[in-house]
Design a protein around this ligand. Structure first.
Ligand SMILES: Cc1cc2nc3c(=O)[nH]c(=O)nc-3n(C[C@H](O)[C@H](O)[C@H](O)COP(=O)(O)OP(=O)(O)OC[C@H]3O[C@@H](n4cnc5c(N)ncnc54)[C@H](O)[C@@H]3O)c2cc1C
Length: 384
């Protein structure tokens, strides 16, 4: 389907596609098996100018928005979700600076991220604070012109690999969610260390680590916005980033569908290619219906956000939930089309199915998205 993306967006898409074909596909199986962080591919993205597609031009970026992030993320995800997660997590760590950063902070960090010199990460989750950020225990206490951080963040994508981290911490315990604040923390800050890389079911190339803060002193000027606005910055960040997760789902499912179509034409049973059987054809048709519907929704939400919509939490949650549930189903069905071979590591669809599961969990589980959607619907109805 023609989505009439601009010429520049098409150029970006082609560059991402080229990186996928030339750099990702030859190594994806090895990186998955051995859990290798795809730094070479992230570097290739930077060299192609893809690191800053969503960063404003005045800070060295391409000047695009969520749509450009969606386009790159989708193309990379067709090849490897672990790699696209590593790419997209930098956007997740950068949005808080774009949304809540002051001029000095933007000038200090965004050009380096746009140029690919800095990888970024976003750290909200803790052992007792997953869906509910009200459980955050990491504290940031102001003392002598510095903030002193203490606490441990869990399952942080790009942890240990990133140069710039956005950290959500408590500055006023008495105020609950309104006591959360966002900070920029640079790697190598004394008192900031990492846990081991987690051994995961999927997206194994991506790095997921604990971040440990022990009397970690950061300059006062690293506070993003004013104290107490950390939850607002978080929600605004996730609303944008969820369109990126939807794009990951679209790309992953597209990749699985391509594998299923290819295999169905090659595999012969009962003296026919299995693509001749209507039962198989209908699985493929259902895949195409779902992938295209999710893509149309994802692009629409990205354009809605970039077009200047004031509120888009519900829309971003709808796209994230629909697309990621779709990717789970399509990747499972892809294994079905490949039969026993689909279950084996020599074909990529088993990796795709393992990778798909995380999309229903991170950046807010799909149950939490449904809570958000329902709450918005009920609120809108009450206002009408
Ligand atoms: C590989 C990986 C990478 C990650 N990367 C990052 C990162 O970069 N930065 C970051 O900050 N975090 C990251 N996370 C954390 C991720 O966002 C959380 O895992 C997620 O938000 C869910 O939190 P939880 O795992 O603690 O689940 P819980 O909140 O404990 O939920 C467990 C189950 O209960 C359900 N549930 C909980 N509350 C409700 C409710 N109110 N209504 C209905 N159902 C509910 C959930 O849907 C889920 O099914 C990552 C996680 C993983 C696994």
């Amino acid at each position: 389907m023609n989505y009439f993306i601009t010429e520049e967006q098409e150029e970006i898409r082609k560059l991402a596609e080229q990186i996928r074909e030339e750099k990702i596909l030859p190594v994806r199986e090895k990186y998955d098996r051995e859990g290798i962080f795809p730094r070479d591919i992230i570097d290739a993205c930077s060299q192609a100018g893809l690191s800053g597609v969503y960063i404003p031009e005045e800070y060295g970026g391409f000047g695009g928005g969520v749509m450009e992030l969606v386009i790159v993320t989708e193309e990379l995800s067709v090849g490897c979700l672990g790699t696209s997660t590593s790419y997209a997590a930098t956007a997740l760590g950068t949005f808080p600076i774009i949304i809540a950063g002051n001029e000095e902070q933007k000038k200090k960090y965004l050009p380096g991220i746009a140029a690919g010199e800095f990888i970024a990460a976003f750290a909200l989750t803790e052992a007792d604070a997953g869906s509910d950020p009200g459980g955050i225990k990491t504290t940031a206490v102001k003392k002598d012109g510095k903030y002193i951080l203490n606490g441990t963040k869990q399952w942080i994508t790009n942890g240990g690999e990133a140069d710039v981290y956005t950290i959500i911490a408590q500055t006023d315990k008495t105020r609950g969610l309104r006591g959360l604040s966002a900070f920029i923390v640079e790697k190598d800050t004394p008192g900031f260390t990492y846990g081991k890389k987690e051994d995961k079911l999927g997206i194994r190339a991506s790095a997921t680590r604990e971040l440990v803060f022990e009397d970690c002193a950061i300059p006062e000027e690293n506070l993003l916005g004013v104290p107490g606005t950390g939850i607002i910055t978080t929600l605004k960040t996730l609303d944008r980033a969820r369109a990126g997760v939807a794009a990951q789902a679209v790309g992953l499912a597209e990749g699985a569908m391509r594998e299923a179509i290819k295999y169905s034409r090659e595999r012969h049973q009962f003296d026919k290619p299995i693509s001749a059987f209507q039962a198989v054809q209908h699985i493929l048709a259902d895949m195409a219906i779902q992938v295209e519907a999710a893509r149309a929704l994802t692009y629409s939400v990205a354009r809605h956000i970039d077009g200047g919509a004031k509120k888009f939490s519900k829309e971003a949650a709808i796209a994230k939930t629909f697309a990621t549930d779709m990717a789970m189903k399509v990747t499972i069905d892809a294994i079905q089309v490949l039969g026993g071979y689909g279950y084996m590591r020599e074909y990529p669809v088993e990796k795709m199915m393992r990778d798909a599961k995380i999309l229903q969990i991170y950046e807010g589980t799909n149950q939490i998205q449904r809570n958000e959607i329902a709450a918005s619907l009920i609120k809108e109805a009450a206002k009408a």
